[in-house]
Design a protein around this ligand. Sequence first.
Ligand code: SF4
Length: 343
Amino acid sequence: MEGVLLTTADYWEKATGDRVKCLLCPHECTIGLDKKGICGVRTNYKGVLYSLTYGLAVSGHADPIEKKPLYHFHPGTDVYSFGSLGCNLKCSFCQNWSISQKDVPAVDEMFISRYRREPKEAAQEVFDSGCAGVAWTYNEPTIWMEFARDTSKIVKSKGLYSVFVTNGFMNPRPLKDIAPYLDAMNVDVKSFSKGFYHDLCKAKLEPVKRTCELAVKLGIHLEITTLVITDTNDNMEEIKKLCEWVRDSLGPSTVMHFSRYHPDYKFTKPPTPPKTLHKAAKMAKKVGLDHVYIGNMYDEKFLHSYCQKCKKVVVERGPMHVRDNRLKKGKCPHCGSSVMKKY
Ligand code: SF4
């Protein structure tokens, strides 16, 4: 462990012998001495679970909130975005694999000292940036939950917002703990097939659904993103089932993003044809979802926000930015319907 700074983790218990059981995410890894969990960033050192990435932000910069993507949450604002290393999923099509699948022990001491921040330092960076809030993004924020929670608490105390861009594969307790300091989440629901999660992500669908449902109960603004992959999760019956679950379990006003896949990491299937994204969006509208967007490709029609009642454009966007926000305190300027609660 020489050269690597250690912070004691939360969310774990002693297991048999010197082993520990991590309770942060549904893998609930039982970890032997000097071994790490599936995420690669939580380790058993002398019978105690430590977070190897507490404070280890490898990126920190301002982004438009639309880039997360969050389209119905403070549109047009900039958010200071922190990312770290590792992931608790092993998606073979990962679009951020260079950080998410990084082997943390390979990180040398110089690297650690260059990137490590205390929560108050990270929060100060957010304040100094002039951004409206902080985003935990790029790699999976669940696996550095303690640092995200501690920093978000400071950020929130000054009236700024905090958001997660997450795969949703987390246990309920950590989510409940961060909820007072978390305003919004974009959850990647990667597919509505258990086999897809098992075979391609080495994970399970049910905990992801549970996270989304709990987020709604906790009053966290929620948007869903599905990366639609050629010949993999682009079956319209499956997309229909996904959208029906969103409508029935999360509510028809839940924002749905379909994102276009490009070949990355271990996946070589060709990019998703735009017409497949259009079919998915059409299905979502047919099922009864009010707000459907398409990302990772340019189609203005699916960038703008529309009033769900009078169908007029209420937020006009270009790629990753707002051109004209016509909402009046979140309400449609034409018919007065409430379109966004967090404006
Ligand atoms: S957070 Fe990491 S160590 Fe903990 S259960 Fe999940 S994969 Fe395992």
